[in-house]
Write a new protein. Structure first.
Lengths: 153, 560
């Protein structure tokens, strides 16, 4: 994180999870900054010990997804059915129901999630939890450990 | 069944560690108890900052990994300045710190501090051990990480119970995996090397900027081969000082804020510049946007993240300096056409003689350049000089020519006052047969002077020459030049009496009044078997000149 903090860059999202290789984590970081700064940060990350590969993903040629859980208060049946309609339209899912709340799960690109949240504004949204973005490049081009910096000593 | 502490000692012995600089304490006593049975020499410092600087000085003088150790909490935090210094100058140092037992980590136990968190931004890597089983692998990795790729410091934090834990004999895996480009010494791209060779051969006014990377890569001879076969003049950065003998006819000396005028001028007259192992620091380049803008610049650096960081160049080569220079030499010998460089070499000689007089001006008071001249006359060529930070450092860089790599040891990147003296102790421990002289200022020296006790009790007879202007001279110089002569909080008064200070520690001290007294005191000091300090009075108005004001291009030099 030092590479970001030193340049006073705010990280928008960061996701960490297992990758295709056992013992190897994939971290996806998103931020807003000048392209040239991003390039410098990638070089800084690449030289860190334990970092096998670091690359900038081109948004156009990558698939980006985020998941959000949204807890909405439902005051009456009308509200509830209106929300369920919207859930259908956005291909979201209801994952938990109580007498006066719904938890909705939505997966998609950031634009879609933001649009859904915007539309839910007219209801009483109690809580939002977003995973941050996971991303992968399209086609055969991969960020793989095969061409990474690994040395046996 | 070995204990964790024994495994640490064994790991250090396996790496042929000769010496550790440190101070014991509660959380590292178990390790010290085992270290007692080893042949490894422990040098007891009087402050942990000094331990880190000494390990750094050892590393820079010898090219090997320097080791320091401290206890948890304040012991560990005191190391930080020294470790940050090593990080900025890419010096391979390993710091071993004690830590409170794993069972109480996170409870604010006595002398507990999250040293891994504190030190992470200034080390290549920081380990915290969870079990004694990890020790052989972690130490193997730590030595590799510290010394490979662009070298740098590594921390190993060892909780007390891990030092104590006894385990069954463990099999050390034959292969350990380390990842990250930071440990790789990249090979140069042959196509780019060929291109570089062609550009150099076709250049009319080529120039090499040599940085500390050439020294780190032990590539001085390889540099010299190219310089001499192509007759290319060389300038160095502060960290590159010593990469080429400074009395070599093609060496023009140091560039930068306090660089030689002729060296800075050459930067602006060259048509092709080959920069090797330098990160183009602001102190070397002056205003980035003006730097060498007329020249085609080729930048070679082992660290990919240094490329295009400060200066955008024409050709970039991510490579180890030695591998690059060797490949370039072999490519050059297969190509034959050469441009006539007589004019350029004439110009270089002319620049040198044109500015020779600006460095050697006499006055009523003692002049630093004359002190350095005497030192150079008295010292064998392979002697090691370390410096403090400030005027003393820049005077040494300007006026004390060095002839061999690893003989000029200074805190370049971090500019840590107090570096010189403990670094000299480390250098002396590495090279006991060489003369080691620390050039310091009175302000800088006092920051780590408690280690005089170490110099005496550990029998490390270094010579300290204090250019004593009774002030924080470089700050004062800036106040005189850029703050309307308002000298604020830079007057250090008439204390201490350096001669008495030395004697209080059992060291030798001399105060001198003129050049001949200095010469004889210096001769005595070199013969002395005990650490000797020579106090040289310098007038507080004596400035480091030439100087390029901060934020200005290197051409805007102040000469007087």
């Amino acid at each position: 994180m030092d590479a970001f903090r030193r340049r006073l860059i705010n990280v928008d999202t960061i996701t960490v999870g297992e990758s295709e290789t056992r013992g190897l984590s994939r971290i996806v970081i998103t931020m807003k900054c000048e392209e040239e700064i991003a390039e410098k940060i990638v070089k800084q990350l690449r030289k860190m010990i334990d970092v096998i590969q670091a690359q900038r993903l081109d948004i156009e040629s990558s698939v980006l997804r985020e998941l959000a859980l949204i807890k909405v208060k439902t005051r009456n049946l009308d509200e509830r059915s209106e929300i369920l309609q919207l859930v259908n339209i956005f291909r979201a899912q209801v994952v938990d129901v109580t007498t006066n709340t719904l938890i909705i799960q939505i997966v998609g690109n950031v634009k879609k999630i933001n649009a859904f949240l915007e539309i839910l504004k007219k209801f009483e949204v109690l809580e939002i939890a977003r995973t941050g973005i996971v991303a992968i490049s399209r086609g055969l081009k991969c960020l793989s450990s095969k061409n990474g910096a690994i040395i046996k000593i | 069944m070995p204990s964790g502490a024994q495994l640490i000692v064994q790991s250090l012995e396996k790496q042929n560690v000769e010496v550790i600089f440190g101070i014991p304490g509660g959380a590292i006593m178990i390790f010290y108890d085992r270290l007692r049975d080893s042949k490894i020499r422990h040098i007891l410092m009087r402050h942990e900052q000094g331990a880190a600087h000494a390990a750094d000085g050892y590393a820079r003088a010898s090219g090997r990994v320097g080791i320091c150790s401290a206890t948890s909490g304040p012991g560990a935090t005191n190391l930080v300045t020294g470790i940050a210094t090593a990080y900025m100058d890419s010096s391979p140092v390993i710091a071993i710190t004690g830590q409170v037992p794993t069972s109480v980590i996170g409870s604010d136990a006595f002398q507990e501090v999250d040293i891994v968190g504190i030190i992470s931004p200034v080390v290549k890597y920081a380990f915290q051990l969870k079990s004694a089983r990890e020790i052989p692998i972690v130490f193997k990795k730590a030595f590799f990480i510290a010394s490979s790729g662009r070298p740098g410091p590594v921390l190993i934090d060892v909780p007390k119970d891990v030092q104590q834990e006894t385990i069954d004999e463990i099999e050390i895996p034959r292969e350990v995996i380390v990842s990250g480009r930071g440990v790789i010494s990249p090979d140069p791209d042959p196509i780019m090397v060929k291109k570089t060779a062609e550009i150099l051969l076709n250049a009319e006014r080529p120039l090499i900027i040599c940085g500390g990377g050439v020294i780190q890569a032990n590539a001085s001879q390889d540099l010299l081969n190219i310089v001499e076969s192509l007759q290319i003049p060389v300038v160095t950065t502060l960290m590159g000082k010593g990469a080429i003998p400074e009395n070599h006819p093609l060496c023009m000396g140091m560039i930068g804020m306090h660089g030689k005028v002729e060296a800075n001028k050459a930067i602006f007259e060259a048509d092709v510049i080959l920069a090797i192992g330098t990160r183009f620091s602001d102190r070397s380049t002056g205003l980035f946007s003006e730097f060498a803008k007329q020249a085609k610049v080729i930048h070679v650096d082992i660290d990919e993240s240094e490329i295009d960081k400060n200066i955008e160049v024409d050709i970039t080569i991510n490579s180890d300096a030695k591998k690059f220079l060797r490949m370039l030499y072999s490519v050059l010998s297969s190509l034959s056409y050469k441009k006539d460089k007589t004019e350029w070499l004439k110009r270089i000689a002319e620049l040198k003689s044109q500015y020779a007089h600006v460095y050697e001006r006499d006055g009523v008071f003692l002049k630093p350049w004359r002190i350095f001249k005497i030192m150079r006359e008295e010292l064998p060529p392979d002697s090691i000089v370390t410096t403090g930070v400030g005027q003393n450092q820049m005077w040494a860089a300007l006026h004390f020519p060095v002839y061999e790599p690893r003989t000029f040891i200074t805190s370049g990147g971090l500019g840590t006052m107090g570096f010189g003296f403990p670094a000299a102790l480390g250098a002396k421990a590495a090279k006991p047969d060489k003369h080691v002289v620390c050039v310091d200022g009175d302000g800088s020296f006092l920051m780590t002077s408690q280690n005089l006790a170490t110099a005496v009790t550990e029998n490390l007879p270094v010579v300290v020459v204090i250019l004593d202007n009774r002030s924080l001279g470089m700050v004062r110089q800036w106040q005189l030049m850029f703050f309307n002569k308002r000298c604020t909080e830079v007057d250090l008064g008439s204390v201490p009496d350096i001669e008495k200070l030395a004697k209080a520690f059992g060291a030798e001290g001399f105060s001198i009044g003129d050049y001949e007294e200095f010469r004889s005191a210096f001769r005595n000091a070199l013969r002395n078997e005990v650490c000797t300090i020579i106090d040289v009075p310098i007038h507080p108005d004596e400035k480091v000149l030439p100087m390029v004001p901060p934020g200005k291009p290197l051409t805007e030099v102040i000469l007087e």
